[in-house]
Design a protein around this ligand. Structure first.
Ligand code: HEC
Ligand code: HEC
Length: 228
């Protein structure tokens, strides 16, 4: 794990928003395969066989990718299907998408925990804590903007400094973004939340998405929240 974080820091650059074909497991690939590098490597290798993808994923685990047995199987299945020798046509993939209501805990686990850790505790010096983080409760739209557009530059959380880059996760649908952010606020920051807090709705996220900010502009917003 330590080694993985080190590599993550060395390679931490701002990943460009690259689109993967939609299909079961795609969220896990977005969450786990951008920790150390962007998606150029997997996209460039489209067409590989299942055995080849298995070898690559195991190499990444050796490099320190935080992927458990269950996730490994889902990721390999996704890569072998959608970046494999015979990918299904795009329409077919789109209908395989679920429209069920999104569970916040699951949305957080699949898309955020790889970096911010299961309980939102973060990793000192690398990934800021989302638990007990007073900046997040000042305005619920701020964490949603970070998820949609990323964040880059020096920040401080409870006296500890971070200077990394969070890649934009704008590929996540509105319901997933709302569910993950509400989980962060209501589960990890329950004590800090104002009494009149209203959870974000997917419609709120759809509105925020129109802003099309850069990660640096999101950092400016953070500064304004702290020094209104
Ligand atoms: C812990 C860090 C880390 C994570 C997480 C990670 N990779 Fe990598 N990946 C690397 C490193 C290091 C290299 C080699 C970089 C180089 O040669 O410049 C690499 C290279 C690659 C390559 C190029 C082929 C090769 O073997 O060198 C592919 C394809 C790839 N990664 C796919 C993935 C996929 C798919 C995932 C998600 C399952 C993933 N990576 C997650 C660290 C990581
Ligand atoms: C690939 C790693 C990675 C993933 C995945 C990730 N983050 Fe982040 N996140 C970061 C980094 C790094 C920072 C700090 C950036 C900086 O130093 O400017 C950050 C910062 C944040 C912040 C701002 C904290 C503050 O004090 O201003 C929020 C909010 C946040 N992330 C929420 C999330 C949520 C919610 C998810 C899942 C939907 C998520 N992140 C997924 C790496 C990640």
């Amino acid at each position: 794990m330590k080694k993985g974080i080190l590599i993550a820091l060395l390679l931490a650059g701002l990943a460009m928003a690259e689109e993967l074909p939609k299909g079961p497991g795609v969220d896990l690939v977005y969450a786990k395969c951008q920790i150390c590098h962007d998606l150029t490597y997997p996209l460039q290798n489209a067409g590989l066989s299942e055995a080849d993808w298995e070898g690559i994923v195991d190499d990444m685990i050796d490099y320190g990718a935080p992927i458990n047995e269950e996730e490994r199987a889902v990721i390999i299945k996704y890569l072998a299907t959608y970046l494999g020798p015979n990918p299904p046509p795009a329409e077919e993939a789109a209908t395989a998408e679920t429209t069920a209501t999104v569970d916040g805990k699951a949305a957080y686990a699949a898309n955020c925990a790889g970096c911010h850790q299961a309980e939102g505790q973060g990793v000192p010096g690398a990934f800021p804590p989302l638990k007990g983080n007073p900046v997040l409760v000042k305005d619920a739209t701020y964490p949603a903007l970070v998820v949609l557009f990323g964040l880059q530059g020096q920040i401080e959380v409870n006296g500890a400094a971070y200077n990394g880059a969070m890649p934009p996760l704008g590929h996540l649908d509105d319901a997933t973004v709302a569910a993950a952010v509400n989980h962060v606020l209501q589960t990890f920051n329950a004590k800090l939340l104002p009494k009149d807090f209203k959870p974000l709705t997917p419609e709120d996220v759809a509105e925020l998405r129109k802003k099309a900010l850069s990660p640096a502009q999101v950092l400016e917003l953070r500064k304004k929240l702290l020094n209104p």
